[in-house]
Design a protein around this ligand. Sequence first.
Ligand code: ARG
Length: 498
Amino acid sequence: MTEGGSDKLWGGRFSADVDDVMLRFSESTQADSHMVAEDIWGSEAHALMLHECGIIATEHLREILRWLEKAREEFEAGRLRLRVELEDVHMNVESYLREGAGPEAGGRLHTARSRNDQVATDFRMRLRRYLLEAREGVAALREVLLDLAERHAEDTMPGFTHTQHAQPITAGFWLAAHAAGLERDEQRLAQAYLRTNQCPLGGAALAGTSFPTDREFTAELLGFDGVVTNALDAVQSRDFAVEALAALSMLMGNLSRLAEEVVVFSSPAFGMLEVDDAFATGSSIMPQKKNPCAGELTRARASAVTGRLMELIMLLKALPSGYNRDLQQDKPPVWQACEDTLATLQVTVGMWRTMTLKTHRMAELAGAEFASATELANWLVRERGMPFRDCHELVGALVGTLVAEGRTLDDHERVADIMSERGQPMTADEVAGIVDPAAVVRAQKSLGSTNPDEVRRMVEQLRCDLIVDREDIAADVRRLDLAHEETLRRVREVLGQQ
Ligand code: ARG
């Protein structure tokens, strides 16, 4: 191919082939195997643009497209193996093309293009697909949690601060809170998607090109929302990937917090949740064990994803302008973070779809540990016109006495007696009507409170938001599908296949 001692596509100025050790150190076929379809699609769009702009002849375009289509078929049939000695996906696809179409036509595809803008393009195209899948997964989980929240809008459970019983809440309130957090995760992913889906192709090596290209044409054909205008910025910037991993890290943090509660609440000591057998695992020695491993592994995966984010930030922080080969190391952490997140979403959705909420046990614990004490103090403020601080003091003393006597707030007679002794006469019935956890949650009135009516209202709002978000996701998916179909339509037109 070349006259020198190197048979690489870039080998013209080299007199010897690359050492094996160097080849293995520098090749990226493993990471690049994630973006073969993108590389072919990007190459087809680029070839169509070159022809459209009068840079290559129709006969050459036809040969290029014929062999790119063959490469696509080979890839889809699982037969296109990336050869390590060709370094990366770009060289593999181009070599396949050159071998098929011959150097006269095949050698023209790389006009006005560099691997630098090519890899940035492929990377963004693959990542946007991962982001869409993550957004769909988050939407599925939101739906499952909202269904459960609605079903359990009235069921009481303990609410915690410092992992100590704090006040009674409802299970629906608790789950709707998780769904609200996931809604913000969708917003962050959608934002990351927006900045990922901008086209760097046409930036060439770093400075643009002296050919009369049309960058908007390729951007449109590849389903991008716009162009990364400055060629230098286009080839070197990876902040979109940092943003995507940051959004995924926060999502994983939220999934991990939910998982932590599965682990704790399914422990027999709490006994408020039961993970379905299909999402639990056993012990090799203790026959009675049923372990919430999905939740534990979720916690672990969350640290892995944040680790990948850190890896990427460190990779980028000191790079000078222009493409630097360091950038090749940006893809493994991104793929890993995406795969881990998608797998975690899938398991979390499955686990919650099959989860049993043990409502009796939840209700039993809802009023435990004097959780209704705050509401008793609130009642005194309203009914007796006392300052809240005095009521807090009084109820605190009441709790102290009950603890000393080994009693609880459920001992309504005794509570009424103690209150009367301390100058606030109450009947046992009055006490019962205040401290019952179901009454406590009903008594909450503020916007966003745990009151079952308010929970139902919040769930309804979150459902409406979910519908809108799903429409956005579907529109983004459709946009990519249509762009791909349009590229293929043009390819077939040139090939005379329609
Ligand atoms: N494999 C490279 C990467 O992933 C492709 C770009 C190579 N560019 C270059 N000038 N060597 O970044």
